[in-house]
Design a protein around this ligand. Structure first.
Ligand code: MRU
Length: 312
């Protein structure tokens, strides 16, 4: 089953807010519905947002205001604007051309994820690898297979995966809710880890490689990804463990010179002071909620894309 697709004139996607308890497919017919799904993270992950953006242009039916709103639904993952722009570039040729462009982008994403899986698995040395990861970078973050978790899947298929240590990924628990769900379905050994335990487990020698995805890679190689990635990069450097970013070429943004130029989404206090609807801090507590952080390029061992390995 694909995370997101175009079926009988509408976008179908898995509502990721309900996982792991229930797997419900939403059918979206309007840009308003799609923008809402993107903002509440029913669909999320940079490659999936790229496909959502492209398919959303078909729903927008040429309305520039709707297209602009879709493009700006979330700011950090460059893939959303990229997908919108790719499809919108065909508007002059009519709806069929826009749809064809969006479907090609979907198919390219599937091929890119498969290629990244192979390339990433080829890059890593060792037969029984213990991998640490954060957030969800699997099929749920793309159309199929995923990026960093796509490498994990390929390692598992090749019999080279010992274990995945998945960080919970507060505040929205993409690691606890989504990555564990995917790993269980692929039959891959895994354990869930509190975010704050990540750097210590690296120091204790329990990890052979850290694999993460990316929301935007600046022209100089600085990489924005889910909050917690930077702490893992620091821990990996100190422990001498490879820190590998796995992302499609579409996540590289030549228009953003350095990580300092990347807009980091702040999702507001509510997500921090509550956990799945239950308040965990005194009433009235304010909070900071950067959804992403930036790992400077010198902490990155390699960036694996569908076509190359970059060593920033
Ligand atoms: O806020 P999210 O869940 O959309 O954040 C997703 C991530 O940070 C992923 O690591 C990134 O988009 C790469 S997904 C292959």
């Amino acid at each position: 089953m694909r995370t997101i697709d175009w079926v009988d004139g509408a976008i179908e996607l898995i509502d990721q807010t309900l996982l792991p308890d229930t797997c419900v497919t939403l059918r979206l017919h309007t840009v308003d519905e799609l923008v809402d799904a993107i903002r509440r993270l029913a669909v999320r992950g940079a490659p999936a947002l790229g496909v959502a953006g492209a398919l959303g242009v078909v729903l927008a039916d040429g309305d520039p205001e709707l297209i602009a709103r879709l493009r700006a639904a979330r700011p950090t993952a460059v893939n959303l604007a990229w997908g919108v722009d790719r499809a919108a570039a065909r508007l002059g040729e009519g709806r069929d051309a826009v749809l064809a462009a969006a479907l090609r982008l979907r198919d390219d994403d599937i091929a890119a994820c498969r290629a990244m899986g192979e390339r990433g698995a080829d890059l890593l040395e060792g037969d029984r690898l213990r991998i640490m990861t954060v957030c969800n970078t699997g099929a749920l973050a793309a159309v199929e297979r995923g990026t960093a978790l796509g490498v994990v899947r390929t390692l598992h298929e090749r019999g080279r995966l010992a274990e995945v240590l998945a960080l919970e990924t507060r505040p929205l628990l993409q690691g606890a809710r989504l990555t564990t769900w995917e790993l269980a379905r692929m039959g891959a050994p895994h354990r869930l880890v509190a975010d704050s335990a990540g750097p210590y487990l690296l120091a204790r020698g329990e990890v052979d490689a850290v694999l993460i995805g990316a929301d935007r890679i600046a022209a100089n190689g600085d990489t924005a990804n889910k909050i917690g990635s930077y702490a893992l990069a620091l821990g990996a450097e100190r422990a001498g463990v490879p820190f590998v970013v796995v992302a499609p070429e579409s996540t590289i943004d030549p228009g953003t010179p350095t990580g300092g130029h990347i807009e980091i989404e702040d999702r507001g206090a509510d997500e921090i002071v509550t956990v799945r609807g239950v308040r965990v801090a005194p009433e009235g507590t304010d909070a900071l909620n950067p959804a992403f952080d930036v790992t400077p390029r010198d902490l990155i061992t390699a960036i694996v894309t569908e076509s190359r390995v970059i060593r920033p």
